[in-house]
Design a protein around this ligand. Structure first.
Ligand code: ADP
Ligand code: MG
Length: 854
């Protein structure tokens, strides 16, 4: 079939496709000229074309789909002779099996148990076959697959004179009797003609291997440069190639034939002049094909090579006509054939993973063909005369071994990196042009899309800083790159500020990493934090605890009266000027990543003294102070809480109160300073703005009056210069003040923490004191106190009340009912009541804890 693709062809295909796509993809037929649809048409057209080719050429279906392993195809071709050994060589009707029968020679006394019959089943026996049939059977599919990117190898094997050269090259003087080689070249060029959608190049080389030496049979051509001697076989990921072997581009059939004949002539001449026995050389003619689609991307292309191998004569050594010899494996005259056979035996053995390819030049050169990714065919030439039976047998054995070898044909797809870069560059240039058009339409002519340099990045960094400081209202969006860089710089500035804050804190306080257990335990030992990581007091007696608030003060568990009192207290606190509302919330320092402990050198928080850990933070403060002992007798009705609170602040709570006040005054002082600094900053900012305005005015004046330039340097007057200096100075001031403000803010935050904790502690201690002083019966206090860890004042009021009603009653009841048993029982019952009270208390605590967790 000769296919010429005309535009008519193409359009009719498109039209068919258009209708198909109408049905399947919803495209309208009249939209087939849309670029996407057109590309799809091309693609499907190409697929169709290659499908057509394949179906046309796959009448024998020797080759299965790519990627799967398949066996080497082995054929036998019998050289016609008048003296054909009909009795010894028999073909079966399947055209595949050949039977050999050896006549027993009684005179030679052949041992009876010797094997005399062999049967070889191959892919086809070519007996009396024309060159045409041989090509169709053996080579056609391999060649057509090569144009799809599959490598192919066709090898002729057999004894000298069996017809290898006849099969491979054929009679050079007769077209009719031309062999596989010229026919393959013809098919390649014909297929190129049939495939106008592809740009296909063909190159050829002709290599001879004689006595482990490599010869370039095409080196005599005038345009071949000085040959690299000696030639070497090189392996790379793409496969095996011969360094120094000339490879010739051929654009048409005729050129290719010329090269073939040149090679043939050289082969004969060389055998004479160099006294080579031509039957002992291997010849490899290679056709290299490279196909690029004209319609699809030119970045991807397929390559393949077809190796056409005419092997040296396979005759063995020690040709004696003894029948015993026939049964033994004799050695090849040509050593490399024995290596070839070894490689083939190894390839056919599934268990072997090492194949000895590099033992000789032949197997090394054919490494990627034998058992590689190619379609492989073997033609075994036999000479059907009785005298040649021994060689015939060993040739057929070789063929059956070859049949066990499998290969894995794959398409050689390659990417042209240079073309890809070129195409991308083209596209980039096009897109830049497009962008320029868009910009000019949108009046954005000065936008630059190049990557940013250091100066531009620094400018963005400063913009971000100014934006964060509030001196820049907004950051103008220019392009994507700039937006990305703004985000980047945000990250940079943020991490810098984090570091700055941390280092400021480190200068003021000792920071301990929460995960640094060693440091925490050291601090705990020193009594600066308790087990939960909360700050505790110093042991100098005058301090107070900043410990955990007792559960009774936690939110949600307050009695009504207490709530009312809190409200009163908070209003009085507001009157005092405390800015933050009173809160019973537990201020947990440990929620921050690092813990703060006052550093001894710090003046501001020096007097925030903390108490020794041994004095548990649940113990009443200064419980052993003389004031406690001088406590007046308990009144019959408890005083109002606000009044009691005043008393508490003057008496037992005086220390906490003093520290609370001190902290508050420190906090207020810092706040004042911060507000002053803020005012100063604002003033500086205003001045900066004014100076900037003045400077701009100067600048525009200068521009209006015309600029003076001296050797490229701008000349500005003194006034403008002074303004610039002033601006610089102001900016410096601004930065210093800003830094101060930041430091102050960090301090304020910390002081606020301390104040809150003090307030909390004050209230907690007051609650405990109030309960102890006015509610918990004194004898009960006495009873519980020796236990140490339980303070009756800590019990919730409701519980205290219930204790008064129930337990108290029960206690007196017990005393009344059991006392008669004897005074000895008192301590027993006392202990019992204490135990019950303790149990009660623990139960209540647990209940509270659970409620808190919820
Ligand atoms: P080899 O290359 O195996 O040594 P050749 O191809 O040189 O053998 O063949 C030896 C001779 O036999 C040549 O003269 C060749 O023309 C002839 N010959 C071989 N096979 C055939 C065939 N199938 N038909 C006709 N002549 C053949
Ligand atoms: Mg030959």
């Amino acid at each position: 079939m000769t296919t010429t693709i005309t535009s008519h062809h193409f359009l009719s295909t498109c039209s068919v496709l258009g209708s198909v796509l109408d049905l399947e993809g919803g495209f309208k037929q009249d939209k087939r000229h849309h670029p996407v649809l057109q590309a799809a048409c091309y693609l499907i057209w190409e697929l169709k074309l290659s499908q057509m080719m394949r179906s046309k050429n796959s009448n024998k279906h020797y080759f299965t789909k790519m990627g799967s392993r398949k066996k080497v195809h082995a054929f036998v071709r019998v050289r016609p002779t008048d003296d054909f050994a009909h009795e010894m060589i028999k073909y079966r009707d399947d055209n595949k099996t050949i039977d050999i029968h050896l006549k027993k020679d009684s005179r030679r006394g052949v041992v009876n148990n010797q094997q005399t019959d062999w049967s070889f089943k191959l892919d086809r026996v070519l007996h009396d076959a024309s060159q045409d049939l041989v090509y169709e059977t053996v080579a056609k599919d391999v060649v057509s697959q090569a144009l799809n990117g599959f490598n192919g190898t066709i090898m002729c094997y057999g004894q000298t004179g069996a017809g290898k050269t006849y099969t491979m090259t054929g009679a050079t003087e007769s077209y009719k009797h031309r062999g596989i080689l010229p026919r393959a070249l013809q098919q390649v060029f014909k297929m190129i003609e049939e495939r106008p959608t592809h740009a296909i190049t063909v190159r050829v080389s002709y290599l001879e291997i004689y006595n482990e030496s490599l010869f370039d049979l095409l080196s005599t051509l005038p345009y071949v440069g000085p040959s690299v001697t000696p030639m070497t076989i090189v392996e790379n990921p793409q496969g095996v190639f011969i360094k120094g072997l000339s490879v010739h581009l051929t654009s048409q059939e005729e050129d290719a034939f010329s090269l073939l004949f040149e090679g043939e002539t050289n082969r004969i001449i060389a055998s004479h002049t160099m006294n080579k026995n031509s039957s002992r050389s291997h010849c490899i003619f290679t056709i290299y094909v490279e196909a690029r689609s004209r319609t699809l991307s030119d970045e991807k292309y397929v390559t393949s090579k077809i190796n056409l191998v005419d092997l040296a004569g396979s005759e063995r050594l020690g040709k004696s006509r003894s029948e015993g010899r026939v049964l033994k494996e004799a050695t090849y005259i040509n050593k490399s054939l024995s290596f070839l056979e070894q490689a083939i035996i190894a390839l056919g053995d599934q268990k072997r993973d090492h194949i000895p390819f590099r033992q000789c030049k032949l197997t090394h050169a054919l490494k990627d063909s034998l058992g590689g990714n190619c379609n492989m065919v073997l033609v075994t030439n036999i000479y059907g005369e009785a005298a040649q039976l021994e060689e015939t047998l060993s040739s057929l054995r070789f063929a059956s071994r070859m049949k066990l070898v499998t290969t894995e044909p794959t398409v050689n797809e390659k990417y042209d990196a240079e073309r890809m870069v070129r195409n991308l560059e083209k596209e980039l240039a096009l897109l830049k042009q497009e962008l320029a058009i868009h910009d000019s339409l949108a009046n954005r002519t000065l936008v630059n899309y190049d990557p940013m340099d250091e100066i531009q990045i620094a400018e963005i960094n400063s913009q971000v800083r100014r934006y964060l400081e509030g001196t820049l209202e907004e950051i103008d969006i220019i392009n994507l790159r700039q937006i990305q860089e703004v985000f980047n710089q945000f990250r940079v500035v943020l991490s810098q500020q984090e570091q700055e804050v941390e280092s400021t804190l480190r200068r003021k306080y000792t920071l301990i990493d929460k995960n640094d257990y060693a440091a925490i335990s050291a601090v705990q030992k020193a009594g600066l934090v308790d087990a939960d990581g909360h700050l505790v007091g110093e042991p100098d007696g005058q301090g107070f605890g900043l410990g955990v608030a007792p559960f009774s003060t936690k939110p949600g568990k307050k009695s009504k009266s207490k709530k009312m009192f809190k409200e009163q207290l908070s209003s009085s606190a507001r009157k005092e000027g405390a800015s933050s509302p009173l809160s019973g919330k537990d201020l947990d320092v440990s929620t921050s990543k690092t813990q703060l402990t006052p550093s001894s050198k710090d003046g501001d928080v020096k007097d925030m003294v903390v108490r020794d850990r041994e004095t548990s933070n649940t113990e009443p403060l200064a419980s052993d102070s003389p004031k406690e002992e001088l406590r007046p007798p308990r009144p019959s009705t408890p005083p109002a809480k606000p009044v009691a609170f005043e008393d508490f602040k003057n008496e037992r709570g005086s220390e906490i109160n003093r520290i609370f006040k001190e902290n508050k005054s420190i906090l207020n002082e810092r706040r004042k300073r911060a507000s002053e600094t803020t005012q100063r900053i604002n003033a500086i900012k205003r001045e900066i703005d004014m100076t900037k305005e003045a400077l701009n005015l100067q600048k525009s004046l200068r521009e209006k009056q015309g600029e003076y330039e001296n050797k490229g340097l701008m000349i500005i007057d003194e006034e403008e210069f002074l303004l610039i200096l002033k601006l610089k100075d102001l900016k410096k001031q601004y930065r210093t003040e800003y830094q101060d403000l930041r430091d102050l803010r960090a301090e304020i935050q910390y002081c606020q923490h301390l104040v809150d904790q003090c307030r909390h502690r004050l209230l907690t201690e007051f609650d405990i004191w109030y309960n102890e002083s006015f509610f918990v019966p004194e004898d009960l206090q006495m009873a519980v106190k020796p236990g140490g860890s339980i303070r009756p004042g800590m019990m919730p009021l409701s519980k205290i009340v219930s204790l008064g009603e129930d337990d108290q009653d029960r206690f007196s009841q017990l005393q009344q009912t059991t006392l008669p048993e004897g005074p000895d029982s008192v301590s027993f019952y006392n202990a019992k009541v204490k135990m019950e009270q303790k149990h009660n208390y623990l139960k209540t605590m647990m209940g509270l804890q659970q409620a808190h967790r919820k």
